[in-house]
Design a binder for this molecule. Structure first.
Ligand SMILES: [Zn+2]
Length: 449
């Protein structure tokens, strides 16, 4: 196993002590951090990275995304949520094929690594293709194969709950532990009660959680009360969806009872502020949820609603949205925001030994080049990163001790080839989409019991 030495970095670890070490070293062996600060005398590195003028921090964990949707980036613009689904995504997705998922996810991996993301919670279809990309790219991932489980039209490709549970069993802890798996029923507003109850049952048997979209609009909540006499969160909880540690994407419209369920069931709520702004939704009440003891992480969502997969941009928007919405400029400090984007994301995705820079932790870290006009002077490193840095300032990305980005160059992926392929197929997909895979309407009565 290669030994790696990062020298002369300013180390920022947004842990409980909010520690910053100046001009310090990080020694990495066997994929783990073995020393921070001084290098042990006997440590003989195979590679030395000179990190002068760089800040080292834990890599970002993108806790809710649909990676292959890079194929549809920019194809459904300036639309509200219902029209974005019906006129945009669920039309174009009818032309997406298995092979496309590999290429779309590969493009996502290029973009994510370049902007400092080391792990993603990917929720899409044909997920063995996503697993292939994760294996090749060297990233970490929590993969969930989405099941619509609705009465309308067809699933994407051959998807069934049985197939997705086979995927969970086959890929759990694969790629040397870099891949974890989860079930991924789409949402309470698309999936039938029967489909959700079945997913909860299988999740319990496989000892995994569920990654699901929840409470994105007032209409979804109103309809849930009308149909089931309870909120979407209470409805999912009663069906057993949250019985194992799960991810609730968005959870924008939640009441006090919902918040108590999310806290008690240790559900990770993932806020995706750029999607919320762009689709003119409200945004996840991160501060209120955290004050109530709910675990919160951040995600980009897919590139068809966010347009980028840049966690720095998401972190900045999360902090700004909370300051703006609460009318309190003191909430979500830069250090707290970095913690959401790193350690909280890692925990939401089941990578408990990551998201922190300390001896014994997984060596999942990034180096940001601070020798840039927009990052000077360095009064407050965390503020410089959250409110001034750009994804392209990330110069090195290391996962389990493997260098995935070196001096701004990808080491594991052929970006040029991937971009060429996606450019061609992305245009073909949007042109070739003739049918609709799903239909969004919160007014409809679903069947199933
Ligand atoms: Zn989503």
């Amino acid at each position: 196993m290669r030994k790696l030495l990062v020298q002369h970095a300013d180390i920022l670890t947004p842990d409980a002590e909010e520690r910053i070490l100046r001009d310090a070293n990080i020694a990495i062996d066997g994929g783990k951090i073995v020393a921070i600060g001084e290098t042990p005398h006997e440590f003989a590195a195979d590679e030395i990275i000179d990190a002068k003028n760089h800040v080292a921090l834990p890599g970002f964990f993108n806790a809710h995304t649909h990676a292959a949707m890079t194929l549809l980036r920019g194809s459904a613009e300036d639309l509200p949520l219902d029209r974005w689904f019906n006129e945009g995504i669920w039309r174009t997705e009818s032309a997406v094929r298995e092979d496309d998922v590999y290429w779309g996810t590969a493009l996502a991996a290029c973009e994510m690594i370049r902007s400092g993301t080391v792990g993603m919670a990917d929720h899409y279809f044909w997920m063995h293709q996503s697993a292939r990309v994760v294996q090749e790219a060297g990233m970490k991932a929590l993969l969930g194969w989405c099941v619509f489980g609705s009465d309308f039209a067809a699933e994407m490709g051959p998807t069934t709950l049985a197939l997705t549970s086979d995927f969970v069993a086959e890929f759990q802890n694969s790629a040397g532990g870099r891949i974890k798996t989860i079930l991924a029923p789409h949402s309470p507003y698309i999936s039938t009660t029967r489909a959700l109850a079945d997913a909860a049952d299988v999740a319990r048997k496989l000892s995994v959680g569920c990654h699901i979209h929840v409470s994105e609009s007032q209409g979804q909540v109103d309809n849930s009360f009308k149909q089931f006499g309870k909120s979407p969160v209470a409805y999912l909880n009663d069906l057993g969806i949250f019985d194992n540690p799960s991810i609730a994407a968005h959870a924008i419209y939640v009441n006090d009872e919902d918040i108590e369920i999310l806290r008690e069931k240790k559900v990770s709520v993932v806020a995706c502020p750029k999607t919320h702004f762009k689709l003119a939704m409200r945004t996840t009440r991160i501060v209120d949820l955290m004050r109530a003891g709910v675990h919160v992480a951040l995600g980009t969502d897919g590139a068809a609603s966010n347009n980028t997969l840049d966690m720095l941009e998401v972190a900045r928007l999360a902090a700004l949205a909370q300051k703006h919405d609460t009318g309190d400029a003191t909430v979500l400090s830069s250090m707290q925001t970095l913690k959401l984007a790193t350690r909280h994301g890692a925990r939401a995705m089941g990578f408990a030994n990551s998201g922190v820079l300390q001896v014994g932790a997984d060596a999942d870290l990034i180096l940001i080049d601070m020798d840039k006009p927009h990052l000077a002077p360095r009064h407050n490193l965390a503020a410089n990163i959250v409110h001034s840095a750009q994804g392209s300032d990330v110069n090195y990305v290391i996962v389990d001790g493997q260098v995935l980005l070196r001096k701004g160059e990808l080491t594991t992926l052929d970006q040029e080839k991937i971009m060429r392929h996606v450019e061609k197929r992305g245009l073909e997909i949007v042109r070739g989409a003739l049918t609709q895979t799903q239909r969004y309407s919160v007014q409809e009565t679903r069947q199933g019991a």
